[in-house]
Design a protein. Sequence first.
Length: 346
Amino acid sequence: MIKIFPLCLLLCGLLFTPLQAGVEEDWTAIVALDSGPAKKPTSAEEAKALAVAHLTRQRQALESFLSRYPQDPRNFDARVRLASILATEGAMNSNSAQVEKAIRTLTELEKTPNISFEKRANAGFLRVSVFMQSKNNQGESARDSIVLAARNYAAQYPGDRRGPRLLVEAATLCDDAPKLKRDLLNQALASTREEPLKQRISDDFKRLDQLGRQLSLNISSIRGPEIDLAALRGKVVIIVFWAASSPHSLIWLRDFRAVYENLPKDQLSVVTINLDTDRKALDTRLPVLAPNWPVHFDGLGWEGPVVRSLGINALPTVWILDKQGVVTTINAKENYQALIRKLIRE
């Protein structure tokens, strides 16, 4: 006996399988794009071009997915991903309106009904991250808004491991507000179980504890005699922690050296502490330093006793000491020239 299926079931079977296969293939392709461009760039210009092209591919894939499968359960995830791409493109193009639009989109996604705590937290974390990046280096008011955003996230999503991370990131902007920085670090430490983050917080406390104190340091130099900070009293001292393997260090040192040439050198000393483990790598980059800048090198990298005792966990790190050897700032990568001149006049 031949079994006859209703026409509607036959049609549903014919239509469902290709559509389901299509949506799965499209989503797999979207996830695969997370690995970044397949081609390795050979220059900074090519790297930027590849990044722009890849972001375009991601955006187009997500827009197509949302258009073709509006009822798919992954619609929420796709919209979060798309907001992230739009924010990144906006930042690269200095398009603040596009970045703000992405933040508004993520804010609305957080309010989506019947969404799991995890998905809502993902949207919230991305919103705060984009907001923090968009407001960075914009003054005290922007810093306070970043701190508030981080604290609100930690309160809104208790137990989410990213809350303490955001608090620590916000604390990096508070070197000129030690009490606020310490409060943020304590709040993060009390709410995290992640050992790497605890170690970072411990380092941050070590650096913070040096502020306003006279720094004592007597270390070797591969250029001339030992470095004794006590012997440099009466001069403003710049301490630069750097590595030849850190492009950001090399760029900062290049720019600082140009500024240094116009400063009163008889009232200023520069001390550099290198974190490379390969002496050859260091030697190839020594010309970026002025000839009279001493260099401490122990070959131990991040595990060197000086680095560990002072809590250095990012490069470059720049400290400025006044003429009495007191640490006045533990984050002088930006706007250092005015502070140096002020300390020299005192």
